[in-house]
Design a protein around this ligand. Structure first.
Ligand code: ATP
Ligand code: MG
Length: 251
């Protein structure tokens, strides 16, 4: 099947006022008793092209995520876990199908809105920690909170929660890979997001640190009633989520 032209999917762009509109719907939807799904994916198809080769990755993928729910994306390497997370953070387009996030129908072309969502509502914890190299860990968290519109963030509290209290003054290249990964998680928490997308957040950690990080993640998720989508190969980590989905198959 030929993928439809992205332009046909895009429709008119609804201006989102610096993320404020999203912030309102995020707040409403993550309320403990909200019945509306935070995320609704219907009939999602994603094909990559490499020269003349058509690479189908997601075929008629469906997912409904309610407030406070956690979903583990599990499945073999290449099954589309990272691709799906990239799509849901606006970093990758899709071929056809619909995505409704916080009540807004999203299209790949709504770049300003995706940017607003990433700044205020969707926290991504990907393997390359999203830290500014010229800022200390504390300054990185302060900046992240301020971009998300948080006026009184507990930066040192989040750093301590992830065992990084002694490293607040260090620059990202002055800490280990695992410590950077924990700092990336603290960056997600400090923005008080409406959705967390995590791609193998404990992938480069030893078992004990991985367990501590997972504890911090699920503590945050439960306390804030924050929906979470987590890609992992770790069966123990996956089992801590409410349910498991394999992207290459049916969601
Ligand atoms: N830019 C690209 N161009 C072509 N194919 C791609 C591109 N990015 C990813 N793919 C292919 O899409 C498929 C899904 O990749 P993806 O990274 O989503 O898998 P994954 O489930 O996250 O795997 P892993 O567990 O190894 O991280 C793979 O077959 C991959 O080779
Ligand atoms: Mg991956």
């Amino acid at each position: 099947m030929k993928s439809p032209n992205m332009k046909n999917l895009s429709g008119p762009t609804i201006p989102i006022d610096d993320g404020k509109l999203f912030q309102q719907s995020v707040t409403a939807m993550t309320q403990a008793h909200s019945e509306n799904p935070v995320l609704l994916i219907r009939g999602l198809h994603k094909h990559f092209r490499s020269g003349s080769e058509d690479i189908p990755v997601l075929e008629d993928f469906n997912l409904t995520l309610k407030a406070g729910e956690s979903v583990a994306l599990m499945g073999p390497s290449g099954s589309g876990k990272s691709t799906l997370l990239n799509i849901l953070s606006g970093l990758e387009s899709w071929s056809s199908g619909s995505i409704v996030l916080f009540g807004e129908t999203m299209t790949p072309s709504r770049e300003a809105d995706w940017t607003a969502l990433r700044r205020t509502a969707i926290a991504t914890v990907f393997q390359e920690a999203n830290l500014m190299p010229a800022l200390t860990l504390r300054e990185n968290l302060q900046l992240r909170a301020s971009l998300a519109g948080r006026s009184d963030p507990d930066v040192d509290g989040w750093l301590a929660d992830l065992g990084l209290n002694g490293l607040a003054q260090r620059y990202p290249d002055q800490v280990s890979g695992g410590q950077r990964q924990r700092a990336a998680l603290a960056m997600a928490f400090v923005m008080e997001p409406g959705l967390v997308l995590a791609d193998e957040p404990t992938g480069s950690l030893d078992r004990r640190t991985a367990d501590q990080v997972a504890d911090a993640l699920f503590r945050f998720q439960k306390r804030n009633h924050c929906p979470l989508i987590l890609a992992t190969h770790d069966a123990d980590l996956g089992a801590r989520c409410d349910r498991t989905v394999t992207p290459g198959n049916q969601g």
